[in-house]
Write a protein that binds this ligand. Sequence first.
Ligand code: ZN
Length: 176
Amino acid sequence: MHTIVQQGNPTLRERAEAVPIGEIRSDHIQGVIRAMQETLRNEPEGAALAAPQIGVSLRIFVIAERVFGPDSDHPESSKDPHLVFINPRIVRRSKRRKLLDEGCLSVRGRYGTIHRHTHATVEAYDEHGKKFVRGAGGLLAQAFQHECDHLDGTLFVDKATEVWEVERRENERSSR
Ligand code: ZN
């Protein structure tokens, strides 16, 4: 189990390093992925987590399985859910953007509104070292953009049009 680092931690502000493709299957990288998944599983409000959020400056993010659950707005993805994104790159974005509510596990207690593209397509490697392309809308598209920002040292509060404090007990929205 790892602690999720909070805003103010320098790792969150670094441009994370690419993972050498030949090392994806190494014990080290597999261990980082497992630690991220375990950490995210312990966050009932978490939808996704980027490696810098556990203090590891590598270009990896993971999506919570619950994002692909029965209430998901992406039932088509549940047949083949990609949960691990290594060296992700957003290769397409919708022209249309929407003002959405957003939070972050590394910015606890604060939420905001932010403009996000309604659809995004990511090219990445999975945990086996296989390249794939995944397009998404809704929560998943928002998560792609939020997590890729993390890998470039950007937090949602940098781009938010409005930020507000939320008391923990009222805080039922999902965080990434
Ligand atoms: Zn975040």
